[in-house]
Ligand binder design. Structure first.
Ligand SMILES: *[C@@H]1O[C@H](CO)[C@@H](O)[C@H](O)[C@H]1NC(C)=O
Ligand SMILES: *[C@@H]1O[C@H](CO)[C@@H](O)[C@H](O)[C@H]1NC(C)=O
Ligand SMILES: *[C@@H]1O[C@H](CO)[C@@H](O)[C@H](O)[C@H]1NC(C)=O
Length: 432
């Protein structure tokens, strides 16, 4: 009970701007950003047939180069994270984890050094079980030596999966491994998969424990490369939002899984929709794509500075889906700046319609929950910028026109300049 109150308090503090995290390792004060291999590369281990795609040190060194060269690192994507299938089938003679020697001939420490030499941070995957999901050695029974090994390799981020383990014991096992990571003295972002496994079993989940022991946690299913998979996750987050959003904040985040953008499954408009929803959800932004093949318009979505700024807003308040009407879903998130106790907002209008023409939709700001009496200036985060420098008040309509499966994503900044928009500006402007 005492613990519960403590966690609740620290979450409240987090909402009030103080950078106090429940897991007090000082890391992930905004949602982690980077690149994670799984979605695009899965468990491709045949380097003879697929030399450019197999999970190998070459793949990760090239990805690190491209993160920097293509501007992703500057935009904030600074974690390079290895997923499953990096391990040898057996531990070394002295009981340590070791990588597959053919695919990682230089060893993990050398890879970590290379990633660091690029100014990036290095992440590694393991599993709290007897085996990883793909059947490589897990950490169960070797937690202490493995935590030490990660620190020796100068790992900055551990993603700990939950295959081949006892799901009922996760409430003890994951915190224990977190303590062992802490004991190494190396600051390591701790990504837990623990609630996703419990959710699947329909167990009741103690999210206060997640916030207390993990920097981020996977709540639900793995994402696959399709609109259906992405939007199913978004809908699930909306269904659970009242509970889940309470536990998000600086240092501790809900994780709806990777960005699909730049892969095969999402169209251009659908990609914008994922980027907008993930920004509203204060989700980790972990790309998983073939970085040298990402087409310029998709790269522009991933590197959209205004949207990254919403995602990385330092209040760390997770947004929610506030309203659904005529096939338009409205998602809002409280962000900075705050003026006279009123928040600014990011608002995503997501169309679930498939009927063809862009769909016009009007709603007053107050119906969206935007009630600052002095009003807001509006920035269209994907469209043309700074069309007006006048202020919309809560009773005014905002007009949008949303493409099927697409999004109009607007930022409403509180403003007290009293330069109100005139009738013509209000009537004629439609955000697209
Ligand atoms: C791994 O170890 C097991 C027993 O500990 C042994 O049977 C197996 O041959 C080893 N596999 C490899 C690839 O060395
Ligand atoms: C892990 O392996 C050990 C030894 O084989 C076994 O006793 C235990 O039941 C396994 N645990 C799980 C969760 O599969
Ligand atoms: C370990 O935990 C303590 C107590 O929460 C914290 O102050 C410290 O920064 C942590 N150290 C690391 C390396 O995570």
């Amino acid at each position: 009970m005492f613990y519960k109150n403590l966690v609740w308090l620290c979450l409240i503090f987090a909402e009030n701007l103080q950078k106090i995290s429940c897991l007090n390792n000082g890391l992930a004060l905004t949602p982690p950003m980077g690149w994670l291999a799984w979605q695009r590369y899965r468990c491709i281990t045949d380097c003879e047939t697929y030399p450019d795609e197999c999970v190998s040190e070459k793949l990760f060194m090239e990805a690190a180069d491209l993160l920097v060269k293509e501007g992703y690192a500057d935009a904030g994507y600074n974690f390079l994270i290895v997923d499953d299938c990096w391990l040898a089938k057996n531990r070394s003679a002295d009981g340590k984890l070791q990588p597959d020697e053919k695919r990682f001939p230089s060893g993990i420490k050398a890879l970590s050094d290379y990633v660091h030499s690029k100014g990036l941070k290095f992440g590694l995957y393991e599993d709290w079980g007897n085996k990883t999901c793909a059947g490589y050695p897990g950490i169960l029974g070797n937690e202490e030596i493995d935590a030490k090994t990660f620190a020796e390799w100068e790992v900055d981020y551990v993603k700990l999966d939950g295959c081949y383990s006892n799901i009922r014991l996760m409430d003890k096992g994951y915190p224990e491994f977190g303590r062992l990571l802490n004991k190494t003295g190396r600051p390591i972002v701790y990504s837990c998969s623990w609630p996703a496994y419990q959710e699947e079993k329909g167990m009741s989940i103690n999210y206060a424990l997640m916030a207390q022991h993990c920097n981020l946690w996977r709540n639900y299913d793995d994402i696959d490369d399709s609109w259906d998979s992405m939007i199913k996750i978004a809908d699930y987050f909306a269904m659970k939002q009242e509970l889940w959003s309470r536990y998000a904040g600086p240092g501790h985040w809900n994780d709806p899984d990777m960005l699909l953008i730049g892969n095969f499954g999402l169209s251009y408009e659908q990609s914008k929709t994922q980027m907008a929803i993930w920004a509203v959800l204060a989700a980790p932004l972990l790309m998983s794509n073939k970085l040298y093949d990402v087409r310029p318009e998709f790269k522009a979505i991933l590197q959209n500075k205004d949207i990254i700024k919403v995602n990385q807003d330092r209040l760390g308040i997770q947004g929610t889906r506030v309203f659904r009407d005529k096939g338009i879903d409205m998602w809002t998130r409280k962000i900075e700046p705050i003026r006279n106790g009123q928040y600014s907002y990011a608002v995503a209008f997501v169309s679930r319609r498939v009927d063809g023409a862009p769909y016009p939709y009007n709603i007053t700001l107050q119906d969206l929950g935007l009630v600052n009496p002095e009003g807001y200036t509006i920035t269209n985060l994907f469209g043309q910028r700074n069309i007006f420098n006048c202020v919309f008040t809560p009773t005014m309509n905002v007009k949008v026109r949303v493409i099927p499966n697409g999004v109009v994503f607007l930022r409403f900044n509180v403003d007290d300049s009293q330069k109100y928009c005139d009738e013509i500006q209000k009537k004629t402007h439609v955000f697209v």
